[in-house]
Design a binder for this molecule. Structure first.
Ligand code: ADP
Ligand code: MG
Length: 317
């Protein structure tokens, strides 16, 4: 760290969708601001001892924008990359203003805050492009689906549009984020996994895809040299036999065991799978600490009490 050795360690907090909209809520702006208070007040407290990067999901918000587009033929339809950019702006604004307010209310020293529209490079030959499987946006009837100009899939909820979810290769703004870290900014970035772009020489082209926000957060955490990755969701942590009678919370788990459980199907794609994969990647890439926890226990999971699922590099079995 050289000249910046006196700076605080860096924590990347990845907020899940329920930090803004809880299951069953309509997702009004009042609800979203109210929900944000719980995580944001804990994050404000953490700012005393950590330099902070906040990332977040955007599933329900981008879903609503897609639905708005389906409902209106009077304005041109926008591609997904533009909708991701919109949600980075709207959610970044909500987090930034809530955090600013919490810092003042709690009488915590002023910290500069900034939201970055983030591009994330993906490979145009990523196998995900050949088999889009990430459902997004509204549910359609079988009749409606026939007329849609994009790939769809029958999901548990009904017919939905599917897009590719390619692996994040690199965060385009990593140098800028590192500089902001050196200046002790709290940075909100990689919202919704970031805007997926393919690089053509020096130019970037946005693509119709979505990047998993947990995998993007792990990539970012490694690229900025973060000390800890914390993934915040709506369950206490990663569980074995989730939803089955003997389900158990994995409190401490070594990367080798995590790999094994992932391969055995304990952590499904699209929900717990990418969170565990993100923690594995971060630890294997040289990260010191990774954990998965619920919104209620952000502070505890960062402290020494070891709440949630805490990853260790070596096997603990
Ligand atoms: P987020 O918006 O935080 O990314 P997700 O819905 O993507 O939330 O992932 C969290 C969900 O993963 C939980 O609500 C839970 O239903 C589901 N889940 C699936 N398998 C597991 C598991 N093995 N342990 C814990 N939760 C699991
Ligand atoms: Mg998720």
């Amino acid at each position: 760290m050289g000249a910046f050795a006196d700076l605080k360690p860096i924590l990347v907090v990845a907020l899940g969708g329920n930090a803004l909209i809880k299951k069953g809520q309509a997702g009004t702006i009042d609800e979203q601001f109210a929900n944000l208070r719980l995580p944001v007040r804990q994050i404000a407290r953490l700012s005393r001892h950590w330099r902070l990067i906040i990332t977040h999901g955007n599933g329900p918000q981008v879903g609503n924008l897609l639905l708005q587009q389906e409902c209106c033929d009077q304005v041109p339809k926008l591609p997904l990359e533009i909708l991701v950019a919109q949600t980075e702006g709207q959610i970044g604004y909500m987090i930034e203003s809530s955090l600013d307010e919490a810092l003042m209310e709690m009488d915590i020293a002023y910290r500069p805050l900034i939201t970055l529209i983030t591009y994330v490079v993906v490979n145009d030959n990523d196998p995900a492009f050949a088999a889009p499987d990430k459902p997004i946006g509204p549910v359609f009837s079988e009749m409606e689906v026939a007329a849609l100009p994009y790939p769809t899939m029958k999901t548990a909820k009904g017919w939905r549009r599917v897009v590719a979810s390619p692996d994040p290769v690199t965060i385009v703004e990593k140098r800028e984020i590192r500089q902001l870290m050196e200046m002790d900014f709290i940075v909100i970035c990689c919202g919704g996994g970031g805007i997926p772009v393919i690089r053509h020489g020096r130019a970037f082209e946005g693509v119709d895809a979505v990047i998993d926000k947990d995998l993007a957060s792990a990539r970012l955490a490694l690229e900025v040299g973060a000390d800890m990755l914390l993934i915040v969701t709506d369950v206490a942590g990663a569980m074995r036999d989730y939803g089955a009678p003997g389900e158990t919370l994995l409190r401490r788990i070594g990367v080798p065991e995590a790999r094994r459980h992932l391969a055995a199907g304990h952590f499904p794609p699209g929900s717990m799978g990418p969170k565990v994969a993100a923690c594995i990647r971060f630890m294997e890439g040289g990260g010191l600490r990774a954990a998965i926890t619920s919104l209620e226990t952000v502070l505890e999971a960062v402290g020494d009490s070891g709440v949630g699922t805490q990853f260790t590099r070596n096997s603990i079995e």
